[in-house]
Design a protein around this ligand. Structure first.
Ligand code: 16G
Length: 240
């Protein structure tokens, strides 16, 4: 696999080789990699070079290290297209995962000025504040807080939001979800976010803010989410 005469740097060749093993399934999530020393001896290269390749793969999310235990293959990231306006439940089902939610908080609160501004309702108007851990096959993927006007979407209950909000809104309330705008920025998990998402404090996350509108442009929801950066990547098609 390693060609020392190639103009391609050796660390890069190792990286490509390990990626190939992961992509063709020879290395599966959770598998441990042979110690760097073993690679170095086998291919007669320096341990530093192997380390450099592994570090790059850790940074790209293919591998992770456990102190004193070694280097392991990470779970594959979900590649989430950004074009379609879909719900978490739809996204997970489309990938063959069982969608799940754990309700952390459900309350009708008076809208703060920020929330009222996002939902175009009056300050202190009643809004649902719904905080859910969103799960795929019981693994926490994101922490989501929705704000929805209680005058627009009447009669939400804990039972309803334990399932799909979008399907309730469309199928039971017959409202047409039409468009959304979304902002994505990077951040790190706070202690409480880390606990909910079962990651370490300070682990990379993506903050997503979504404003969703009905067919007549009425704001339906204002959502703040924290997505695990080790499990998600986003994709968008572009054309020029
Ligand atoms: C997605 C949406 C969220 C929406 C939810 C409905 C993002 C960032 N958020 O998670 O705005 O409320 O789906 O999901 O994509 P549900 O129908 O499964 O409850």
């Amino acid at each position: 696999m390693i060609n020392k005469n190639s103009p391609i740097p050796i660390y890069y060749q190792i990286e490509e080789y390990v990626k190939e093993l992961i992509e063709n399934g020879e290395l599966r999530p959770g598998d441990s990699l042979p110690p760097e020393r073993e690679y170095a001896e086998k291919y007669q290269i320096s341990r530093m070079t192997v380390r450099q390749a592994f570090t790059q793969l850790v940074n790209e999310g293919y591998l992770f290290r456990l102190q004193g235990k070694g280097t392991f293959v990470a779970e594959r990231k979900i590649e989430q297209p950004l074009q379609g306006l879909t719900s978490f439940t739809e996204d997970m089902k489309a990938r063959g995962f069982e969608p799940g939610s754990q309700l952390i908080h459900f309350e009708i609160i008076p809208a703060t000025r920020q929330i009222a501004g996002q939902l175009l309702i009056s300050e202190y108007g009643p809004v649902y504040e719904i905080k859910r851990i969103r799960m795929a096959d019981s693994v926490p993927m994101a922490l989501e807080t929705n704000y929805i006007s209680a005058n627009l979407v009447k009669g939400l209950t804990e039972q309803i939001v334990n399932k799909s909000l979008y399907s309730h809104i469309e199928e039971k309330l017959d409202l047409r979800i039409d468009s959304a705008s979304q902002i994505i920025e990077s951040s790190i998990a706070s202690q409480s976010e880390a606990n909910y998402l079962k990651i370490s404090k300070g682990a990379p996350v993506m903050l997503i803010q979504r404003n969703t509108f009905l067919k007549d442009n009425t704001p339906l929801e204002f959502v703040k989410s924290v997505y695990r950066a080790d499990r998600y990547k986003f994709m968008i098609q572009m054309k020029r």
